[in-house]
Design a protein around this ligand. Structure first.
Ligand code: ADP
Length: 424
């Protein structure tokens, strides 16, 4: 059958086809625009970490769905990797932060960039002295030349001498400074040697005298009751002296071991001082001395070790009674340091003043040395060990405080202890 094409019919069929194609195109375009909009919303949401429905539930065009899924998968992998790296870095930082040894990060010029908690607590105000130390500067320039870790030992002199082993480790531009504090080990070594030397020296005399008396009691004085009574009295005194020397040497060693670590406890001085003063009653009575207290009740707390500070003020009062004037007055006073130009204002001053004969100027700098006594015989006669002021000095050092001795011959002596008050 032959269909004759009428040009008018052909034209309208073509127009219909064209309109259909146009409609299809518009529809497809609208779908494409919708999917692109949804995809971009999804991506934006994903970047802000919002959870999204699976792509296939949202996108209608199969090509867009494929593209969307690929983009989303790539983004998710990237995000997971970034999170893994952040977590790993946080774990590294936490580890370094909690490292028991001090760790500092310095720029190549030696300026502090960062430090961990151990460095913060172990080297507060001393950091500047540490960073200026010639051994550290030497190690830094060696590291700059060879880019290899360098290890050195140094002594940091302030506020108490500390033996440190430092390792400077280069990491590209900046360097890490790892510190191990050897003070404790070295002071234990030194103390062992000192303890043996001092104690054997100080104990030899009373021991020799004890042995002498024992021989006398066994031989010539075996039947002499009167001599026996007298000798036993002297022997008891010598033995007690030896006991006191040993007790003082042991407490000195204990203080020295902890000297580089300031005490952490807080304590109020007025009750402590009142308690110590009350404990001195029998000694004061024996010396017919009088103790005056001047201690405001509202003094701020100090960072301190109560037992060690009690030892400090007991020793100072004990000395004031032993070396002060018989029948004289001893003053125990405490106050805020603010008004006294000779001391830093943020602290408390505690003074023990006596009316004794005073101390000749040349002896003052040496009084805190172990076993240093102005008059050995006098010290022995009053039961001294020569260690009281050494203990005072080491406890005050541990508290990062100051000890000052002022004396006017013929008038008396004032021992002043300055203790820092922690910031509120
Ligand atoms: P000791 O056990 O001999 O008293 P210290 O270390 O306490 O040892 O004192 C050392 C020396 O300092 C004493 O032997 C004494 O000579 C002198 N000294 C201490 N305190 C006073 C004081 N308040 N007045 C005069 N001299 C003192």
């Amino acid at each position: 059958m032959l269909i004759l094409a009428n040009p008018a019919t052909l034209g309208s069929a073509f127009a219909v086809l064209l309109a259909l194609a146009l409609l299809l195109l518009i529809g497809f375009g609208a779908l494409l625009a919708r999917d692109v909009a949804i995809l971009s919303r999804l991506l934006r949401g994903l970047r802000r970490h919002h959870e999204t429905l699976p792509i296939r539930n949202r996108l209608l065009l199969p090509g867009m769905r494929g593209l969307g899924e690929e983009v989303l998968a790539a983004l998710r992998t990237q995000r997971a990797e970034r999170e893994r790296r952040i977590n790993a870095a946080a774990a590294d930082r936490a580890l370094v932060e909690r490292l028991p040894d001090p760790l500092l990060k310095l720029d190549p010029a030696g300026n502090l960039l960062w430090r961990n908690a151990a460095a913060q607590s172990g080297f507060g105000p001393e950091t500047a002295a540490l960073l200026r130390h010639p051994e550290l500067r030497g190690a830094m320039s060696e590291v700059a030349q060879h880019a290899l870790p360098v290890r050195r030992s140094l002594v940091l002199a302030v506020p108490v001498p500390r033996d440190l082993d430092i390792t400077v480790i280069p990491v590209g531009g900046p360097v890490y400074l790892l510190i191990s504090d050897r003070t404790r080990e070295r002071s234990i070594d030194k103390m062992r040697a000192d303890f043996v030397a001092n104690s054997s020296h100080e104990l030899r005399t009373p021991l020799a005298s004890l042995i002498g008396f024992i021989e006398t009691l066994r031989g010539p004085a075996a039947d002499d009751m009167e001599a026996q009574r007298r000798f036993l009295g002297i022997m008891a005194e010598q033995a007690q002296r030896m006991q006191r020397v040993i007790a003082d040497l042991l407490s000195l060693s204990r203080i020295e071991i902890s000297e580089h670590q300031p005490p952490e406890g807080r304590l109020l001085l007025p009750p402590l001082l009142a308690q110590i003063a009350a404990g001195m009653e029998p000694m004061l009575h024996a010396a017919a001395a009088n103790l005056q207290l001047g201690i405001p009740a509202d003094l701020p707390a100090v960072a301190g070790d109560a037992d060690q500070l009690a030892q400090v003020f007991t020793n100072l009062l004990d000395n004031a009674i032993k070396y002060g004037r018989r029948g004289g007055t001893i003053r125990l006073t405490a106050d805020r340091a603010g008004g006294d130009q000779r001391f830093e204002p943020n602290g408390i001053l505690i003074s023990v003043a006596d009316e004794g004969p005073g101390i000749p100027r040349e002896h003052i700098p040496r009084l805190t040395e172990r076993f240093y006594r102005i008059d050995k015989g006098r010290s022995r006669a009053v039961g001294g060990t020569g260690l009281g002021l050494a203990i005072v000095k080491h406890v005050v050092n541990r508290h990062r405080g100051r000890l000052r001795i002022d004396s006017v011959e013929g008038e008396g002596t004032v021992f002043t202890v300055w203790l820092p008050t922690p910031p509120p």
